[in-house]
Ligand binder design. Structure first.
Ligand SMILES: Cc1ncc(COP(=O)(O)O)c(C=O)c1O
Length: 365
């Protein structure tokens, strides 16, 4: 038998034809404003803690990350048993799939949202039900309610949503939670919540009211630790027990746990990061308005430009100028997601933008 056919027949049927995750280009010397990282770098406190932890790597770490969970509990006025720490939020979604999704289960998420939710469902043999976006390309909370059926096991709602950057307020989150049966798990992904204003819901405030609610956050975004891989989920301790059963025993490395603990204390770095993103977003909005480029106002550290057929040419042109932005697809058309970078990176993008935009537009016509 041909090797390719042989291995195809051995692989689990539901992953055979899956697309591999595509991170896009990541050339180190380019201006990288494509993956919603924090371009300010790594907090000095975290660097120090990571360095100190390296010499302890002959030992396995603390399997449950007790110190980090205690710190998080203190910060958010909760208890450590409400938290599970994972190898990034991606690792948390792996646990969610392993613990809760059976073949045939439906997982409801947005039509244009973070791709890992659908991958989690597919890998487990579940079915993803995508709720169409509203006319303004926002998550449609009413649509989420309507999409829930007898077969729904989990709803995943991203707030602020990646890649649109739009935020949903507490009233609409509550409406969904009130309408959805208790046996359906509701996962709120708040990876970008630190960048949002007070109109975007803070899901942690709802945990005590809704036992089926879980809230996830990450150290990869505002905390500047995307390469370290630490994320967490919070929910009812009785529910969290099932995630502990399926976790990789040492998913969070010793330096990763130490770096995350230290990053939590570096309030200065956090404040500086949030302020930079807020100020720089305003400059982008002015630039896009002046040049009549359509964009979506964002509650996160990135901005989405629904530019259709211009998108591919624009992405390619900017790449030639040493700038990496992210090209995604929505209903078959291109959209460009720009991460808010350092002031000088954003200025360079604005300087190079219009030439590339016009060239891409001419080519598309
Ligand atoms: C909405 C959302 N959730 C989760 C993640 C994954 O984060 P992590 O780096 O913690 O795995 C990302 C990363 O881009 C994201 O955008």
């Amino acid at each position: 038998m041909d090797k390719k056919d042989l291995f195809y027949s051995i692989a689990r049927p539901n992953i055979r034809d899956m697309e591999e995750y595509d991170p896009g280009p990541t050339y180190p010397d380019f201006v990288r404003i494509s993956s919603n990282e924090n371009n300010l770098g790594v907090s000095r406190k975290a660097i120090e803690a990571i360095k100190n932890a390296v010499s302890k790597c002959n030992r396995y770490g603390d399997s449950r990350c007790d110190r980090l969970r205690e710190k998080l509990a203190r910060k958010h006025g909760m208890i450590p048993d409400q938290f599970v720490i994972g190898n990034g939020l991606d690792g948390v979604f792996t646990m969610l799939g392993r613990a809760f999704i059976e073949p045939g289960d439906e997982v409801v998420c947005g039509e244009l949202t973070f791709s890992v939710y659908a991958e989690m469902a597919e890998i487990m043999g579940g079915r993803t039900v995508k709720v169409p976006m509203t006319e303004n390309i926002e998550l449609d909370t009413g649509g989420f309610i309507k999409a829930v059926t007898e077969k729904t096991r989990m709803v995943v709602f991203c707030n602020p949503n990646n890649p649109t950057g739009t935020g949903t307020g507490i009233r609409d989150i509550r409406k969904m939670l009130d309408a959805i049966p208790e046996k359906v798990l509701f996962v709120l992904d708040e990876a970008y919540i630190e960048f949002a204003d007070e109109n975007t819901a803070d899901g942690l405030t709802l945990l005590n009211e809704y036992p089926n609610l879980m809230v996830c956050r990450t150290f990869s975004k505002v905390y500047g630790l995307a390469g370290l891989r630490v994320g967490w989920i919070a929910g009812d301790p009785e529910l969290m027990k099932y995630l502990y059963k399926v976790r990789e025993p040492y998913a969070v490395s010793v330096p990763a746990a130490a770096g995350a603990e230290a990053a939590l204390d570096d309030i200065e770095f956090l404040t500086e990061s949030v302020e930079m993103v807020r100020n720089e977003k305003k400059k982008f909005y002015d630039f896009f308005r002046t040049n009549e480029i359509s964009f979506i106002s964002s509650q996160a550290n990135f901005i989405l430009l629904p530019l259709g057929e211009i998108s591919t040419g624009l992405r390619d042109g900017l790449l030639k100028d040493g700038i990496i932005v992210r090209l995604l697809r929505f209903r078959g058309k291109g959209v460009i997601r720009i991460t808010v970078g350092l002031p000088e990176e954003n200025s360079l993008l604005m300087e190079k933008f219009m030439n590339n935009y016009e060239a891409a537009k001419n080519k598309a016509n």
